[in-house]
Design a binder for this molecule. Structure first.
Ligand SMILES: O=C(O)c1[nH]c(=O)[nH]c(=O)c1I
Length: 309
């Protein structure tokens, strides 16, 4: 079965890629993604200069997902720009995740990316929940408007945004209204982890991760319903934009749900962290089997066609 599809006019062998932050911090991880069955790939969100991130333990596997407070550890934007310059874009598209600590840092980074004439597509991360003292831009609607205006005028090409999960219809309406003011925002990636969860070890009566008194972003099975809702909410509200789905994916059925909800590409985070890059081959087989059972030849036949009652 043919799992090929298109994203912003570029061909993808499969609608699957990593979630930023997972298996994409350093070159050997990125090379493994480039060699994997993923149809696209994205770099770890980067800052202007290299960061160690938060003290460890900062990631923990949970019964139905994960909790993390990595703290934006990354090699600095020039490291990923070097990687982008040597990437084989015929093999698969590369997305470049940017998470500047200030608006100026974001503008400096996108200017450097623009000057490098790299085919990589920029995903502005507006939803990192784990940098102490930094509120998520995605939850500050005025700051969201300002950063989109500033980047739209500084960066001449289409770009995307990585949003936090929203939980209120009024917020879907308000954020979509802001996004729709910016034609250059070509895609929206929903969702980032559900911020500032807490899990407890009852034997030691202790939290599981060291940073932020144990508070961290929640991923995995726990977030699937929230991820599907955010994908579908923005798919319905932003008809001119493409949606990248992220959250709760570990099987072909989850991929199918995200595609039905309106995603064009589906990202894998927690399950990729746990299983490794071979997960993409497994998800392709499982998705192909579901399509075969339903008599679908192409993804476009059902993509975004979720029925209501
Ligand atoms: O702690 C992190 O590095 C992190 N962790 C997340 O769960 N989402 C993010 O966007 C980031 I930048």
């Amino acid at each position: 079965l043919d799992l090929s599809t298109f994203f912003l006019g570029r061909p993808l062998a499969a609608p699957l890629m990593n979630a930023s932050g997972v298996w994409c911090n350093v070159t050997n991880q990125l090379n493994a993604l480039a060699k994997s069955e993923a149809g696209a790939m994205v770099t770890k969100s980067c800052t202007l200069v290299r960061r160690d991130g938060n003290p460890e333990p900062r990631y923990h596997t949970l019964s139905m997902g994960s909790i993390n407070s990595m703290g934006l550890p990354n090699e600095g934007h020039l490291y990923y720009l070097d990687y982008a310059q040597q990437h084989d874009y015929e093999n698969k598209p590369l997305f470049f995740s940017v998470a500047g600590l200030t608006l100026d840092d974001n503008l400096t980074m996108v200017a450097q990316i623009q000057d490098a004439y790299t085919p990589a597509m920029v995903e502005i991360n507006l939803s990192c929940p784990n940098v102490p003292g930094k509120a998520q831009i995605g939850y500050d609607f005025e700051a969201l408007d300002v950063i989109l205006a500033e980047i739209s005028s500084a960066y001449a090409r289409p770009f995307g945004v990585k949003l936090p999960p929203y939980f209120d219809i009024a917020h879907f309406d308000e954020v979509a209204e802001i996004l729709n003011r910016y034609d250059k925002v070509a895609f929206v990636t929903c969702i980032n982890s559900i911020g500032n969860g807490l899990m407890i070890d009852i034997n030691s009566e202790t939290v599981l991760i060291k940073p932020k008194q144990g508070f961290g972003g929640i991923g995995g099975e726990y977030v699937l319903p929230t991820a599907l809702a955010n994908v579908n909410a923005f798919y319905r509200r932003c008809p001119e934009k493409s949606i990248i789905g992220c959250g709760g994916v570990s099987t072909g059925e989850h991929v199918f749900m995200h595609l039905l909800a309106g995603a064009s590409i589906v990202q894998v985070g927690t399950a990729l962290y746990e299983e490794g890059v071979d997960i993409f081959a497994r998800l392709k087989i499982e998705l192909a089997r579901i399509m075969q059972q339903k008599g679908y030849q192409k993804i476009e036949e059902y993509q975004g066609k979720l029925k209501t009652i």
